[in-house]
Ligand binder design. Structure first.
Ligand code: CA
Length: 222
């Protein structure tokens, strides 16, 4: 899952990015409102963390401009302690949640997990397909009774596949949701990671879940 942080306080942005990357999210940072709006319009983020007080374009304007373009990415606002009006205005304009600064990273993470599953049938913290399960909190992956050890990137790739079962996922889609904007699309990195992942989740099991569609991409299905 790929997250955009729009936050001009460099320390806050770096703190959130580091924590989220440790949780295997791909993270981009925009350090002013103009860059934030541009990135939010150009990339299909799974979630946007949006500070309200920003240089160039403020958070509420970014919010309303994204929503007016029918970009319905979940948006979590970061607000200052005493700005009740901004919170109400933000929620009215289509923000999904807000968090008051300063906040504990664990609370941010819990809210992100809720927002990422909003609108999906899944209400628990586990993703499943056949006998493969992925625990979104502990990051444990099991196939049958066997626990599968994955690297951070393999885990986020698997999470993306499991959230999009039976959908054909192109390399571009995978790059956009699993890697950040430093990703070099002219490499075969995605295929390499998919092959690593497949070895771990499919190789020793008769029923294959991760399928290649030659010239198109990949699909996870029973
Ligand atoms: Ca700010």
């Amino acid at each position: 899952m790929r997250i955009l942080i729009v936050e001009d306080e460099k320390k806050v942005a770096a703190f959130i990015k580091k924590g989220l990357e440790e949780e295997t999210y791909a993270v981009d940072i925009a350090s002013d409102g103009e860059e934030g709006l541009h990135l939010g319009e150009q990339n299909p983020y799974d979630l946007i963390i949006l500070d309200l007080m920003l240089p160039k374009i403020n958070g509420l304007d970014i919010l309303s401009r994204l929503r007016s373009q029918k970009i319905d990415t979940p948006i979590l606002l970061l607000t200052a302690k005493d700005s009740v009006d901004d919170k109400v205005e933000g929620l009215n304009q289509g923000a999904d949640d807000y968090l008051t600064k300063p906040f504990a990273f664990s609370e941010l993470l819990a809210r992100i997990r809720v927002l990422l599953r909003r609108g999906k049938a899944e209400t628990k913290t586990t993703l499943e397909i056949a006998d493969l399960t992925l625990d979104l909190v502990s990051h444990k992956v099991n196939r049958g009774n066997e626990e599968i050890e994955l690297t951070g990137k393999e885990y986020s790739l698997l999470e993306y596949f499991m959230r999009n079962q039976e959908k054909v996922l192109t390399r571009t889609m995978i790059a956009e949701h699993v890697w950040d904007y430093n990703f070099d699309t002219f490499t075969n990195v995605i295929d390499v990671y998919v092959n690593h992942l497949r070895k771990k989740i499919d190789k020793n099991f008769p029923a294959k879940l991760l399928h290649t569609l030659r010239g198109v991409g990949y699909v996870m299905k029973v």
